[in-house]
Design a protein around this ligand. Structure first.
Ligand SMILES: Nc1ncnc2c1ncn2[C@@H]1O[C@H](COP(=O)(O)OP(=O)(O)OP(=O)(O)O)[C@@H](O)[C@H]1O
Length: 254
């Protein structure tokens, strides 16, 4: 069964359709990239999956389960985590504190159990710490653990956001422009982290990305969108050589 199945997804703002009957599927363990000119509807797909935007029609199934019926926090608990185009972190908190928040977003909590600090709560705290340490090691971030996020350069903050999403132990990770604002060296590092996340943690990745270098390095399949519609789905080469895709990009550049 596919990890994610999007079928006939339509999202509209007033009379304007940001997504118009978009359908695609993402298979377990793949990196699926979504590309397209500005305003194509890429982030709207993520916002519909995260239940920030309401779909006018269609369905989004995660392992066959309809998620359009769920509130946003339930989507995270199912195992879907995301990063944002504009980094969203607690700026005045340390890296470690931000990662622990990411971890807690996944866990179902009971105020009474926590107040009484029952054994299950203690076990949960230990597991949270272990997971956070594992992610700090994986992304080579141990030296940043006590740094305040507001003191970090942009590239490091992007890594913290990625790490925070991973602390929720997602099965599916939605990355909104992981390479935007990064220099070529940082982009190369990002492609290595993403490969590790896929191969070592077995996380399935859907990423919106403009940097075709990064897409070419790590994506198994690519979907091109324009004007809220799917133009092409296939390998990087297939999509790049598709005439409709080329016309859409030329039109956007004109
Ligand atoms: N909250 C909103 N209210 C009104 N219109 C919106 C809203 N969010 C998105 N849109 C519109 O939906 C369309 C798709 O926007 P979206 O942000 O998904 O595009 P995108 O492909 O992610 O673009 P970019 O590459 O510039 O981030 C655009 O026309 C945008 O103006």
């Amino acid at each position: 069964m596919s990890t994610l199945t999007v079928d006939g997804l339509t999202v509209a703002f007033g009379g304007i359709k940001a997504l118009d009957e978009v359908s695609f599927h993402v298979e377990p363990g793949e990196v699926f990239a979504i590309i397209g000119p500005n305003g194509a509807g890429k982030s709207t797909i993520f916002n519909a999956i995260s239940r920030i935007y309401t779909a006018r029609a269609g369905s989004i199934r995660f392992h066959g389960r309809e998620i359009l019926e769920l509130p946003p926090h339930e989507v995270v608990r199912l195992g879907i985590a995301r990063t944002f185009q504009n980094i969203e972190l607690f700026e005045k908190a340390t890296v470690l504190q931000n990662l622990l928040v990411g971890r807690h977003s996944r866990v179902r909590r009971s105020a009474w159990r926590e107040f009484l600090f029952l054994p299950g709560v203690r076990r949960g705290e230990r597991a949270a710490r272990r997971k956070v340490e594992e992610i700090l090691d994986l992304l080579d971030m141990q030296h940043l653990r006590d740094a305040l996020v507001c003191d970090l350069p942009y590239g490091a903050r992007k890594n913290v956001e990625l790490a925070r999403a991973l602390c929720a132990e997602p099965e599916l990770l939605l990355l909104d422009e992981p390479a935007s604002g990064l220099n070529p060296e940082e982009t190369a590092d990002m492609s290595f982290w993403l490969k590790d996340i896929k191969e070592e943690l077995g996380v399935t990745i859907v990423m919106v990305e403009h940097d075709m270098n990064l897409v070419g390095r790590i994506a198994n399949r690519v979907m091109a969108l324009a004007g809220g519609r799917v133009l092409s789905v296939g390998s990087v080469e297939e999509v790049q050589s598709n005439e409709r895709v080329q016309t859409a990009y030329l039109g956007a550049a004109a």
